[in-house]
Ligand binder design. Structure first.
Ligand SMILES: Nc1ncnc2c1ncn2[C@@H]1O[C@H](COP(=O)(O)OP(=O)(O)OP(=O)(O)O)[C@@H](O)[C@H]1O
Length: 454
């Protein structure tokens, strides 16, 4: 969880900011002068400092100097009054990430914070790249956030997925995308298309599970008028429609054996023959397929042709389930919140602390689709500017996987789990230790290890 330091001497505004950012899922510390801020900066790592330009004792710019001189991995955003904008511009020249004028628009501020965090990540990537110059240049930070409605995520699993997409996209290889339902396989396919040299041409998505067996050949390869009862006009099939572009075949495991053979032939010969026609049409397409079943097993059982499987599986990509990319949960939840606001004409600002705990403790078997639907429903039901626990779907609220999620205590989510437990315990360490099922001493050691301050 990203750690933000607020330095603001207007205590009411300070508190309001703190509450708002907590609800957005950040770990927040606050103080009212630069002396205290310097102490906090020496003791903990903060990804973003949100400081008033004018602070008692010393100006907010001393924080900027400290970050710069100590080369801290921190971005500084300065808050200014209208009259101080010229000063803010001057401090940007001295290394501040950006400034924001009061009165502050919360959404604008949130955007700026997200941008700062992404820029920080980009800095560390650039650093890594400069150590190994052969490594290809990473995609820009903004792309990592959301481009064309695609949220890439920031988790380890998301980075790996992004690396594979980047690697295979410029080639013409057939890609098999594997993942549970709702993990975003079609989004990944589209992303590959958008990053390929075919991006100026069409992307056609076909759900193989939804095509009746009797008309499947005609759907894929087209037909000529009169070729069968009901063929009252010529029809262009998906292959021809996708010419020069990308054909995405979802639920590929649902194709009949007969159609699998026709598909293989079309892919090998790069030609299709519409039903009832003697003419073959040349097609130049890239095929991306997706499945949520074990296609290898289907091959073993003789339900799926081995030759077609190899033809489609020149490169495979596994899309992780949401429960394995918990660091991305809030990013997606906030993205879906904004999307729902837009679609429903609502103005929800974020999630209450309680609602956040519920979201984090749920397993999300329906993955991103389930998260999106749950957030949208909650936005619709919410009567306040904040999504509360009661607005969330009942099955999610009643799900009690907390115990099992805390069992993960020794894995990479450890820091997050500690923060969640502390949040749930209202900052009471003994209570948090009990929730985590560890003794107080272990918890103290862990707090020190992760630089978590209370
Ligand atoms: N990277 C992403 N960025 C933003 N939204 C996403 C992303 N991935 C998925 N979604 C959202 O989640 C929903 C489900 O994604 P998608 O249809 O790609 O999943 P799928 O794995 O193909 O599902 P199925 O197996 O049921 O076909 C999409 O409608 C989209 O709104």
């Amino acid at each position: 969880m990203e750690h933000i330091l607020i330095v603001e001497d207007d205590l009411a505004f300070n508190k309001m900011l703190e509450t708002f950012l907590r609800k957005k899922g950040y770990h927040v510390s606050a103080c009212s002068n630069s002396e205290d801020a310097i102490k906090k900066l020496s003791a903990s790592t903060f990804q973003v400092i949100l400081a008033d330009v004018r602070l008692p004792e010393k100006e907010g710019t001393v924080l900027l100097e400290m970050v710069r001189d100590k080369k801290l991995p921190t971005k500084v955003i300065l808050m200014t009054g209208y009259a101080e904008v010229s000063k803010a511009v001057e401090v940007i020249k001295n290394g501040a990430f950006d400034y924001i004028s009061k009165p502050i628009n919360p959404e604008q501020m949130l955007n700026l914070i997200q941008k700062a965090i992404l820029a920080l990540k980009e800095d560390s990537i650039v650093k890594k790249n400069s150590k190994s110059p052969e490594k290809p240049i990473e995609e820009s930070a903004v792309e990592k956030e959301a481009s064309n409605g695609y949220v890439a995520g920031v988790s380890e699993a998301a980075n790996k997925l992004g690396d594979y997409i980047k690697l295979v996209a410029p080639t013409d290889m057939s890609v098999l995308i594997i993942g549970e339902s709702g993990t975003g396989k079609e989004y990944v396919a589209k992303r590959i298309h958008e990053k390929s040299k075919r991006k100026g041409n069409v992307f056609i998505a076909v759900d193989c599970g939804a095509i009746p067996k009797e008309i499947a050949s005609s759907e894929f390869f087209g037909h000529v008028k009169g070729s069968f009862t009901g063929a009252i006009n010529n029809k262009i099939g998906h292959f021809e429609a996708a010419n020069h572009g990308t054909l995405f075949l979802d639920e590929i495991g649902n194709l009949s054996y007969d159609l699998q053979m026709q598909l293989l032939r079309a892919l090998q010969e790069r030609k299709v023959k519409p039903v009832g026609s003697n003419n073959e049409i040349e097609v130049d397409i890239r095929v991306i397929t997706a499945t949520n079943e074990d296609l290898g097993k289907a091959v073993e059982l003789g339900d799926f042709r081995q030759d077609l499987f190899h033809r489609l599986n020149e490169f495979s990509i596994q899309v992780p389930p949401l429960r394995q990319r918990t660091e991305d949960l809030l990013l997606f939840a906030n993205y879906f919140l904004d999307k729902a606001n837009e679609q429903l004409g609502k103005e929800s600002l974020g999630f209450s602390d309680e609602a956040l705990v519920v979201l984090k403790n749920y397993d999300w078997p329906g993955n991103l689709r389930e998260l999106q639907n749950s957030v949208k429903r909650s936005v619709l039901l919410s009567e306040t500017r904040e999504i509360e626990k009661k607005d969330l779907p009942e099955n999610i609220v009643n799900h009690t996987s907390k115990a099992s999620s805390y069992k993960l205590f020794k894995n990479q989510n450890e820091e997050q789990l500690i923060l969640d437990a502390l949040e749930e315990a209202g900052g009471n360490k003994s209570k948090a230790a009990r929730i985590l099922d560890v003794d107080r001493k272990t918890l103290y050691n862990k707090l020190k290890h992760y630089n978590i301050e209370l």
